[in-house]
Design a protein around this ligand. Structure first.
Ligand code: ATP
Ligand code: MG
Length: 597
């Protein structure tokens, strides 16, 4: 491609709309244009990058035995009602774009495709002889993200590869899952990325185990906790650890004390001269279930620890069936402001006890009449602890479960693991923190969708059983930007050669110089014949401008037919590290042939 003929508009200044470097560079180098928040044009250069990524994805997926197909983006509400996800995805913080057709039938624009693929499976997969099957597609997904930002990182319209596996048993499904895990590793390696698989929360997609593939980068929206021995890495949403040891309580007698102005743990510990590890902190959350019912959840956790709201939401979803519901739609911490929605009178904020009287709750059919009390594991073994007394400026000290407060029947892990905590697998190992960009997420779905939607097969013994599923997402457009976040310098993008839009650019320093132009033209032809993807910068610009643009665009190799032409040589500058070497004009094609990117 000749630069004189291509749409090449680069900006010298950082665009105001971008916060992170990869987004700035994509805009400055003319890879994308924003049309509306979270909605972008993929300009020709980016489209080539996406093409490279999609080609790698297809090659690896095909090698792994998956088959490509294309599912509809317009999906009938009825399928999502069968799986029970229509309300979760369209109400509250739901991210599905929903619409009505001319016959008033409801449709959604596909944010993901479990329902559609399960519908395909129930119609076409009947016998164990057909299994296993793995189908994938590469397609635009639509999600009405609450905060679309960072360019392609969190778009409202973006490209995803999603795959779905169908097996006869859990064990077979795990084998399919492991196959996809290996495929993902290969994809990211071939894309030239430094990635890390981590344990992950399964979120609204559901299912048992799941792992995310993270590109480590400071701008990542996710926090990863890992141990230096390389055995453990998890998204902080999912991470587990050993909490710091408890300092034994110095209170031996149970009594209520006047503790003026101690609504925070810090103030309380100051006032009582005690450790926060001796305190039972009681936090209230309001959860809206998918039936519309509000339940007030009282969480008791050790004073020095924080609640992980993802774990908490999962715990409440697990209890949802007790309330005739399936899951939590929305979870928010309760406080002075929002108590009006459900409280019959003001709570004693900052002084709440593990036994909050029920008459604080308004009588309302939409509000569950009892507090649901969840105890984090960290409070189970506390003795002679300090906690609120349901009275302003008052706390209990020296309190115990089974005495001042009801005995704990079951406990849960809703604690946020933190860097510095000891690891569960080896208490010598300390958790460290890193930022990551999630580019892939694989799930062991199990029979969640097949059971709800009646996707069954007949096994060898003639029994009818639900298909066991896995699903595997990979953010193609997010990956392109994550690569830049991981690989750039002060001059611009440094594409890994395998996903660069072009491998080389011939930058002609002076278009008035007949010899430079002649050598450039003949190299351009020769390289193209050799199958090397090459740009020819034949614009009537100054050399400095061309070199700057080549660096900004991130083309892995710049070929300069300049001064060294006197020795029949051109300069080849490697973008990564900007190292320069002189190569005989006659050997340039061989130079690229032997690169083998
Ligand atoms: P996130 O936690 O970042 O919102 P997710 O858990 O919703 O992502 P999945 O449903 O697992 O994501 O989707 C599979 C992949 O699609 C993700 O790993 C990510 O790479 C990509 N992806 C998800 N949402 C977006 C988005 N809004 N813009 C671009 N890529 C996305
Ligand atoms: Mg995720």
């Amino acid at each position: 491609m000749r630069c004189s003929q291509m749409l090449l508009v680069t900006l010298r200044e950082d665009p105001a709309e971008a916060e992170i470097i990869s987004h700035k560079l994509l805009l400055r180098a003319g890879y994308i244009r924003r049309v509306s928040p979270g909605i972008y044009v993929y300009l020709p250069l980016l489209w080539r990058v996406l093409g490279k990524i999609m080609h790698i994805v297809r090659t690896v997926m095909d090698e792994a035995g998956a088959q490509e197909c294309l599912l509809p983006q317009l999906q009938p509400a009825s399928l999502w009602q069968e799986s029970g996800r229509w309300d979760t995805y369209t109400q509250g913080e739901g991210i599905m774009f929903a619409l009505k057709d001319r016959q008033e039938r409801e449709l959604g624009l596909g944010p993901t495709h479990e329902e559609v693929i399960t519908d395909v499976a129930r119609n076409l997969l009947r016998s164990y002889r057909q299994l296993p099957i793995n189908l994938y597609q590469i397609q635009t997904k639509f999600r009405d993200e609450i905060r679309p930002r960072f360019g392609l990182m969190r778009g409202r319209e973006f490209i995803m590869k999603d795959a779905y596996s169908f097996d006869m048993s859990e064990a077979d499904m795990k084998a399919s899952y492991d196959g996809m895990y290996r495929a993902y590793c290969q994809i990211f390696e071939r894309c030239g990325l430094d990635y890390r698989p981590v344990q992950a929360d399964s979120g609204a997609i559901g299912g048992a185990g799941s792992q995310e593939f993270m590109i480590l980068a400071q701008a990542g929206e996710d926090e990863v906790l890992y141990t230096p021995d390389g055995t453990y890495a998890a998204n902080v949403e999912k991470a587990v650890s050993l909490p710091p040891d408890t300092v034994p309580s110095s209170f031996t007698k149970a009594e209520q004390k006047l503790t003026q102005n101690t609504p925070t743990i810090a103030a309380l510990c100051d006032g009582l001269n005690c450790s926060p590890t001796q305190v039972v902190k009681n936090l209230l959350y309001q959860a809206i279930l998918d039936t519309g019912l509000m339940i007030l959840v009282l969480v008791s956790i050790r004073g020095d620890q924080e609640v992980n709201e993802v774990k908490l939401s999962n715990e409440i979803s697990r209890l949802a069936s007790d309330f005739g519901a399936q899951q939590v739609l929305k979870l928010t911490i309760a406080n002075q402001e929002n108590q009006k929605q459900w409280a019959s009178r003001d709570l004693t904020w900052g002084y709440i006890a593990p036994n909050l009287p029920e008459d604080y709750l308004k009588s309302d059919p939409q509000i569950h009449p009892k507090f649901v009390h969840l105890c984090d594991e960290t409070v189970v073994k506390l003795a002679n602890f300090i906690t609120g007394a349901n009275e302003i400026d008052h706390h209990w000290v020296g309190a115990n479960w089974g005495q001042e407060f009801p005995a704990i029947k079951t406990s849960v892990d809703v604690r946020k693991a933190r860097p510095g905590d000891r690891a569960l697998h080896d208490s010598q190992q300390i958790l460290h923190s890193a930022r990551g960009i999630e580019v892939g997420h694989i799930f062991q779905l199990g029979t969640k969708y097949s059971q709800k939607m009646g996707a069954t097969f007949t096994n060898e013994q003639g029994q009818e059983l639900p298909l066991v599923m896995g699903c595997y997402g990979l953010g193609v457009s997010r990956l392109a930007q994550a690569a830049i976040e991981q690989s750039h310098d002060e001059y611009g993008i440094i594409w890994p050669p395998t996903i660069a839009p072009y491998l080389a650019i011939i930058s002609v320093p002076n278009m008035q110089d007949a010899q430079q132009v002649k050598v450039a033209e003949s190299l351009y032809q020769e390289l193209q014949k050799a199958g090397i993807e090459v740009l020819l910068d034949d614009r009537p610009e100054r050399a400095g401008v061309k070199f700057k643009d080549a660096d900004l665009l991130g083309i892995p190799y710049r070929i300069v037919p300049g001064r060294s032409l006197a020795q029949n040589k051109v300069e080849i500058v490697t973008r990564n590290g900007r190292v320069s070497q002189e190569v005989l004009v006659s050997e340039v094609a061989d130079f690229f042939r032997t690169l083998n990117p």
